[in-house]
Design a protein around this ligand. Structure first.
Ligand code: HEC
Length: 155
Protein backbone atom coordinates (compact mmCIF):
# COMPACT_ATOMS: atom_id res chain seq x y z
CA UNK A 1 0.00 0.00 0.00
CA UNK A 2 1.45 3.43 -0.88
CA UNK A 3 2.07 5.57 2.19
CA UNK A 4 0.46 8.65 0.59
CA UNK A 5 -1.80 9.24 -2.37
CA UNK A 6 -1.22 12.45 -4.24
CA UNK A 7 -4.41 14.54 -4.07
CA UNK A 8 -5.83 16.07 -7.23
CA UNK A 9 -4.66 19.63 -7.10
CA UNK A 10 -6.80 22.70 -7.63
CA UNK A 11 -4.22 23.78 -10.14
CA UNK A 12 -4.83 20.69 -12.29
CA UNK A 13 -8.61 21.22 -12.18
CA UNK A 14 -8.34 24.89 -13.15
CA UNK A 15 -5.99 24.01 -15.91
CA UNK A 16 -8.21 21.34 -17.43
CA UNK A 17 -11.33 23.53 -17.27
CA UNK A 18 -9.44 26.25 -19.12
CA UNK A 19 -8.55 23.75 -21.78
CA UNK A 20 -12.17 22.71 -22.33
CA UNK A 21 -13.58 26.26 -22.22
CA UNK A 22 -15.98 26.79 -25.12
CA UNK A 23 -16.27 29.86 -27.35
CA UNK A 24 -18.57 32.38 -25.62
CA UNK A 25 -21.53 32.07 -27.95
CA UNK A 26 -21.47 28.28 -27.97
CA UNK A 27 -21.08 28.03 -24.23
CA UNK A 28 -24.14 30.25 -23.78
CA UNK A 29 -26.31 27.99 -25.92
CA UNK A 30 -24.95 24.98 -24.06
CA UNK A 31 -25.97 26.71 -20.86
CA UNK A 32 -29.48 27.33 -22.27
CA UNK A 33 -29.74 23.69 -23.28
CA UNK A 34 -28.67 22.62 -19.83
CA UNK A 35 -31.25 24.91 -18.23
CA UNK A 36 -33.98 23.57 -20.50
CA UNK A 37 -33.07 20.01 -19.61
CA UNK A 38 -33.07 20.89 -15.92
CA UNK A 39 -36.54 22.45 -16.20
CA UNK A 40 -37.86 19.45 -18.10
CA UNK A 41 -36.38 17.24 -15.43
CA UNK A 42 -38.28 19.27 -12.82
CA UNK A 43 -41.66 18.74 -14.43
CA UNK A 44 -40.97 15.08 -15.22
CA UNK A 45 -40.01 14.22 -11.66
CA UNK A 46 -40.73 16.76 -8.94
CA UNK A 47 -37.87 16.69 -6.45
CA UNK A 48 -40.27 17.01 -3.50
CA UNK A 49 -42.46 14.08 -4.54
CA UNK A 50 -43.53 12.42 -1.29
CA UNK A 51 -41.95 9.11 -0.44
CA UNK A 52 -43.88 6.24 1.07
CA UNK A 53 -41.89 3.19 2.04
CA UNK A 54 -45.01 1.13 2.77
CA UNK A 55 -46.31 -1.56 0.42
CA UNK A 56 -49.81 -1.14 -1.09
CA UNK A 57 -51.03 -3.79 1.37
CA UNK A 58 -49.61 -1.86 4.32
CA UNK A 59 -51.12 1.40 3.05
CA UNK A 60 -54.54 -0.30 2.81
CA UNK A 61 -54.15 -1.85 6.26
CA UNK A 62 -53.21 1.51 7.82
CA UNK A 63 -56.08 3.25 5.98
CA UNK A 64 -58.58 0.86 7.55
CA UNK A 65 -57.45 1.78 11.08
CA UNK A 66 -56.23 5.38 11.20
CA UNK A 67 -58.43 8.01 12.90
CA UNK A 68 -58.08 11.74 13.58
CA UNK A 69 -56.85 12.54 17.12
CA UNK A 70 -59.79 14.83 17.90
CA UNK A 71 -62.55 12.47 19.16
CA UNK A 72 -65.42 14.60 17.77
CA UNK A 73 -63.81 14.70 14.33
CA UNK A 74 -62.92 11.01 14.59
CA UNK A 75 -66.58 10.14 15.15
CA UNK A 76 -67.65 12.11 12.06
CA UNK A 77 -64.81 10.60 10.05
CA UNK A 78 -65.57 7.02 11.11
CA UNK A 79 -69.18 7.16 9.92
CA UNK A 80 -68.51 9.02 6.64
CA UNK A 81 -65.10 9.42 4.94
CA UNK A 82 -63.65 6.26 6.46
CA UNK A 83 -66.26 3.92 4.99
CA UNK A 84 -64.89 4.69 1.50
CA UNK A 85 -61.42 6.15 2.06
CA UNK A 86 -60.50 3.32 4.42
CA UNK A 87 -61.40 0.56 1.97
CA UNK A 88 -59.37 -0.08 -1.22
CA UNK A 89 -62.44 -1.66 -2.87
CA UNK A 90 -64.14 1.74 -3.25
CA UNK A 91 -61.74 3.32 -5.70
CA UNK A 92 -61.29 6.26 -3.35
CA UNK A 93 -57.77 7.54 -2.64
CA UNK A 94 -56.86 5.78 0.60
CA UNK A 95 -56.58 7.58 3.90
CA UNK A 96 -52.93 8.47 4.51
CA UNK A 97 -51.78 7.42 1.03
CA UNK A 98 -49.60 10.50 0.63
CA UNK A 99 -48.62 9.77 -2.97
CA UNK A 100 -52.23 9.38 -4.15
CA UNK A 101 -53.22 12.60 -2.38
CA UNK A 102 -50.20 14.61 -3.53
CA UNK A 103 -51.39 14.22 -7.14
CA UNK A 104 -54.86 15.50 -6.34
CA UNK A 105 -53.49 18.37 -4.27
CA UNK A 106 -51.26 19.32 -7.17
CA UNK A 107 -54.10 19.15 -9.69
CA UNK A 108 -56.78 20.97 -7.74
CA UNK A 109 -55.17 22.63 -4.75
CA UNK A 110 -56.66 22.62 -1.24
CA UNK A 111 -59.59 24.79 -2.28
CA UNK A 112 -60.37 22.50 -5.23
CA UNK A 113 -60.39 19.45 -2.98
CA UNK A 114 -62.71 21.23 -0.58
CA UNK A 115 -65.08 22.06 -3.46
CA UNK A 116 -64.97 18.42 -4.66
CA UNK A 117 -66.00 17.31 -1.18
CA UNK A 118 -68.80 19.88 -0.84
CA UNK A 119 -70.25 19.26 -4.32
CA UNK A 120 -69.41 15.58 -4.72
CA UNK A 121 -66.84 14.20 -7.12
CA UNK A 122 -67.03 11.07 -9.29
CA UNK A 123 -68.37 8.28 -7.10
CA UNK A 124 -68.22 10.48 -3.99
CA UNK A 125 -71.56 11.95 -2.95
CA UNK A 126 -71.82 15.63 -1.94
CA UNK A 127 -70.51 16.38 1.57
CA UNK A 128 -68.83 12.96 1.60
CA UNK A 129 -71.91 11.66 3.42
CA UNK A 130 -71.28 13.93 6.41
CA UNK A 131 -74.22 16.38 6.43
CA UNK A 132 -73.32 17.72 9.89
CA UNK A 133 -69.66 18.44 9.00
CA UNK A 134 -68.72 22.14 8.91
CA UNK A 135 -66.39 23.61 6.28
CA UNK A 136 -63.70 23.66 8.98
CA UNK A 137 -64.36 19.96 9.63
CA UNK A 138 -64.00 19.21 5.91
CA UNK A 139 -60.72 21.12 5.71
CA UNK A 140 -59.38 19.13 8.66
CA UNK A 141 -60.70 15.83 7.30
CA UNK A 142 -59.13 16.43 3.88
CA UNK A 143 -55.81 17.33 5.55
CA UNK A 144 -56.10 14.18 7.64
CA UNK A 145 -56.87 12.00 4.60
CA UNK A 146 -53.95 13.49 2.69
CA UNK A 147 -51.71 13.21 5.75
CA UNK A 148 -51.00 16.93 5.59
CA UNK A 149 -50.52 19.34 8.51
CA UNK A 150 -53.85 20.30 10.03
CA UNK A 151 -55.13 23.79 9.07
CA UNK A 152 -54.68 26.33 11.90
CA UNK A 153 -57.87 28.34 11.44
CA UNK A 154 -60.59 27.41 13.88
CA UNK A 155 -58.61 24.65 15.58
C1 HEC B 1 -69.41 6.86 -0.59
C2 HEC B 1 -67.99 6.82 -0.58
C3 HEC B 1 -67.23 8.06 -0.13
C4 HEC B 1 -67.38 8.76 1.06
C5 HEC B 1 -68.35 8.50 2.19
C6 HEC B 1 -66.38 9.81 1.03
N1 HEC B 1 -65.66 9.78 -0.13
FE1 HEC B 1 -64.25 11.07 -0.75
N2 HEC B 1 -64.02 10.05 -2.48
C7 HEC B 1 -64.68 8.89 -2.81
C8 HEC B 1 -64.25 8.42 -4.10
C9 HEC B 1 -64.70 7.16 -4.82
C10 HEC B 1 -63.30 9.37 -4.55
C11 HEC B 1 -62.54 9.36 -5.87
C12 HEC B 1 -63.43 9.97 -6.92
C13 HEC B 1 -62.76 10.04 -8.28
O1 HEC B 1 -61.56 10.34 -8.37
O2 HEC B 1 -63.47 9.79 -9.27
C14 HEC B 1 -63.21 10.37 -3.51
C15 HEC B 1 -62.37 11.48 -3.57
C16 HEC B 1 -62.24 12.41 -2.57
C17 HEC B 1 -61.44 13.60 -2.65
C18 HEC B 1 -60.62 14.02 -3.85
C19 HEC B 1 -61.50 14.81 -4.79
C20 HEC B 1 -60.75 15.36 -5.97
O3 HEC B 1 -61.07 16.46 -6.39
O4 HEC B 1 -59.82 14.69 -6.45
C21 HEC B 1 -61.56 14.27 -1.47
C22 HEC B 1 -60.91 15.58 -1.08
C23 HEC B 1 -62.43 13.50 -0.64
N3 HEC B 1 -62.84 12.39 -1.33
C24 HEC B 1 -62.76 13.84 0.65
C25 HEC B 1 -63.69 13.16 1.43
C26 HEC B 1 -64.05 13.52 2.78
C27 HEC B 1 -63.44 14.66 3.56
C28 HEC B 1 -64.99 12.64 3.18
C29 HEC B 1 -65.73 12.59 4.51
C30 HEC B 1 -66.37 13.80 4.93
C31 HEC B 1 -65.24 11.73 2.06
N4 HEC B 1 -64.42 12.06 1.03
C32 HEC B 1 -66.19 10.72 2.07
C33 HEC B 1 -65.65 8.24 -2.07
C34 HEC B 1 -66.14 8.69 -0.85
Amino acid sequence: MPSSVKPRTAHAAAHSSKKTALPRKLSRSVLALGLGAALMGLTACAPDEPQDARSPEEIAEDARARLPDDPVLAEKYARSCMTCHGDPMNGAPLSGDVKAWAKRLEWRGKEGLLQSTLNGFGAMPPLGLCPDCSVEDFKKLIAFLANQPQPDAGS
